[in-house]
Design a protein around this ligand. Sequence first.
Ligand code: HEM
Length: 182
Amino acid sequence: MKGVIFNVIEETVRAEHGEDAWDELLDTAGLDGAYTSLGTYPDHEMAVLVQTASAALGLSQEELLRHLGRVGFSRLAARNADLMIDFKDARSLLLGLNSVIHPEVRKVYPGADVPVFDVVSGQGHRMSLSYRSNRGMCYLGEGLALGAADHFGETMVVTQPICQHRGGDHCELQFIWPEARR
Ligand code: HEM
């Protein structure tokens, strides 16, 4: 996992729980935590951080990852502002993940191993994307998508009718824009 994702989480933890909270979290997790944005770090370090923070906060890992994605989106977008120019709404951004955003991410952060989001269906006020990754971070994806909707001032709901964590062989993220319903 690229260091930039750890950096965004660090910023969120410090902003929401105080400057010392990140160092305390690293101590409890037994990690040294010198993450640089372009570095690549073992996925299990992210898993340990999420487990430790979830236990400390009394939140499920699902809730925590969704929250970190939602508030982390704006930080990730601000660090990559040129990537945002092409998108006018959350739908176009989500549709551009495979073709524009994550391919560009692979250039900016060499060695990035990005997830794949394919269109399953997309009509009217609904859209479904499959999520494939060997990291199983679909809840982070839910949060990032919600953060994208926040960025564009949209009301959007995300659910997962199919999820690897509930026995599915992949995940499917379903997005609904209730205000666009006819
Ligand atoms: C400006 C927009 C975005 C940028 C710059 C960005 C960048 C990145 C980067 C750098 C990684 C780490 C890859 C690695 O460590 O190898 C990543 C992972 C990820 N991205 Fe994006 N991303 C963006 C938007 C989104 C959105 C909107 C979603 C939601 C659907 C999303 C879903 C994910 C997920 C779930 C991961 C975790 C890794 C995995 O599941 O395998 N990203 N992204």
